[in-house]
Design a protein around this ligand. Structure first.
Ligand code: ARG
Length: 522
């Protein structure tokens, strides 16, 4: 990486920040202050000291050489040294049984998968785990409403039927408080392996998994494991014992809790003896550590569960567990009306979103090719999740999601196809010459070597948006260049084909990492 080579030249004592100036005439890199650097001619073209900064211009030949390497096996191998076979586990997607796959879980799925891909690209051993919500008091509620209001056998119900019954429970429970007690009782029965309860529960799982698998297939997502909450039923007791032996579990009004210095306590076991989401999560951490020995455990869960995550991480520390923990804590997706919640029954169903995206994609990808239309639709939905800092809330705006000019998936796919259509007319034969390059050409060339820096930065910041933004910027520069110059038949043909080819390769690899398909023609 050019940045690393610069660091070498700056010497071991240097610990300042090396940035890319936003204004190009201030060089490829800028360092605050008057810094001494060995001017290695192969790397550095010139050094400029202006307004309290040391600005460094990279040698053009070097920029070309670096760009040439991108995508090669050796380039890939170098990048894999970053992770150096360290192990990470990522907890993502995690929809809830008997509820439809909401747009929040979509966000977790898209961002989680992209983070997984980024780490994998950097040579980490990655384990994806889908912590399905298949246990908990909500199943008590569901069983009550299935028994009371279900109008057909469970196995004939759809996920929408189940969800509607769940909503009905909440409506009814507002009028009749005894329903909550009944639900608690049924959950308790379920925890005690009651036959009837278990049978209904299993049917709900089968119905839901069929639907979730269909969605994953549509999204082209494959999660390594799906060890839902119920997987940990026989693993919870050991955690409680461990908590006891460390003296971190307390009795509180019949319940058992863990207390923290700066956070509200976490409930481990409820006063009626049933287990909690928190306890299942602690058993999950223990299992993951024992099974995979991870260096890093990432949670891709919404910001509404940030406290829950901090309680997990803090308890893990109290138990002496050592991996690094991180919660992405993604923001909400909003429409004009605000947040969705299943409880109020206003969930926006993912299938509706996909149908609408397909309809929009049909307008953009005019050839009647369903595979392409699907790739555009899914790419647009995914990119909308990935292009912004995960922490921020995003507003779902169809016009922006599908826009061909704006910051969208289709825009990047279209730019990629544009590169391929140029290269189809004529491909690059010889090594590109270092002759005169126009400003827009240089500006594009100066983007290429940053690709690998951005992949690394995206991993460090747990933010696929870093990579997404980079790709948008690259595409914008390419399109500016494309609008200004003719390529084929000009005396600069070679260098322009080179710029086109490199842009295409980066877009392809980058979109691949983000889980977005590319196509040669659009
Ligand atoms: N199923 C949960 C929900 O939909 C998310 C689970 C996240 N992962 C975890 N280990 N708690 O809210």
């Amino acid at each position: 990486m050019i940045k690393d080579e610069l660091k070498k030249l700056l010497g071991n004592d240097f610990n300042g920040k090396i940035d890319h100036p936003t204004i190009e005439k201030f060089g490829d890199f800028a360092i605050r202050g008057d810094v001494e650097i060995t001017e290695d001619k192969e790397l550095i073209d010139s050094v400029d000291k202006v307004a309290g900064f040391t600005n460094i211009f990279i040698n053009k030949e070097k920029l070309i050489n670096e760009a040439e390497k991108i995508g090669s096996e050796q380039w890939q191998k170098e990048l894999e040294k970053v992770g150096n076979e360290k192990t990470m586990v990522i907890d993502y997607s995690a929809p809830n049984i008997a509820k439809s796959f909401g747009i929040g879980h979509l966000r977790s799925t898209n961002i989680g998968q992209a983070i997984y891909n980024i780490y994998k690209f950097l040579g980490w051993k990655c384990i994806g785990d889908n912590h399905l919500g298949d246990w908990g008091t909500q199943f008590g509620k569901l069983i009550v409403s299935i028994k009371k209001w279900g109008d057909k056998p469970v196995e004939e119900m759809s996920i929408e039927n189940l969800e509607a019954l769940y909503v009905k429970f909440h409506e009814e429970a507002e009028k009749d408080k005894s329903l909550d007690d009944e639900a608690r009782e049924w959950f308790s029965k379920l925890e005690n392996k009651d036959n009837e309860a278990t049978e209904i529960w299993q049917k709900c799982i089968d119905i839901s998994m069929k639907e979730f698998d269909r969605i994953y297939q549509l999204l082209g997502v494959k999660i390594d494991y799906a060890l839902g909450e119920s997987f940990y039923l026989d693993k919870m007791e050991a955690v409680v014992k461990l908590m006891e032996s460390k003296g971190i579990i307390k009795n509180s009004e019949g319940a058992r809790i863990v207390e923290f210095e700066k956070m509200p306590p976490a409930m481990v076991i409820k006063s009626n003896g049933t287990t909690t989401y928190f306890l299942r999560d602690m058993a999950t951490v223990k299992y993951r550590i024992e099974t995979w020995k991870p260096d890093l455990i990432i949670y891709e869960i919404g910001a509404d569960q940030e406290l829950h995550c901090r309680q997990i991480f803090e308890t893990a520390k109290m138990l002496g567990w050592t991996p690094q923990f991180y919660n992405v804590a993604h923001g909400m997706i909003r429409w004009a009306e605000g947040k969705f919640s299943t409880r109020k029954g206003q969930t926006i169903h993912l299938s509706e979103v996909i149908d609408k995206a397909m309809e929009e994609a049909r307008k953009i990808a005019p050839e009647n090719d369903e595979t392409k239309i699907k790739a555009v639709a899914i790419g647009a939905i995914k990119f909308n999740d990935l292009k912004q800092d995960p922490k921020k809330d995003i507003i779902f705006d169809w016009e922006k999601v599908m826009s061909m000019e704006g910051n969208s998936g289709p825009y990047l796919q279209y730019t990629y196809a544009r590169c391929q259509s140029v290269l189809n007319k004529k491909s690059l034969k010889t090594k590109v010459q270092n002759q005169k390059w126009e400003e827009e050409e240089m500006s594009l060339l100066r983007e290429f070597y940053k690709f690998e820096e951005k992949i690394v930065e995206a991993a460090e910041r747990f933010s696929p948006a870093v990579l997404a933004e980079y790709l948008l910027n690259l595409a914008r520069k390419y399109n500016e260049f494309y609008a200004k110059f003719r390529i084929i038949g000009e005396k600069e043909e070679e260098q322009r084909l080179f710029l086109t080819e490199r842009t295409g390769i980066i877009l392809k690899i980058g979109l691949d990492i983000l889980g977005i398909e590319t196509m040669d023609k659009m």
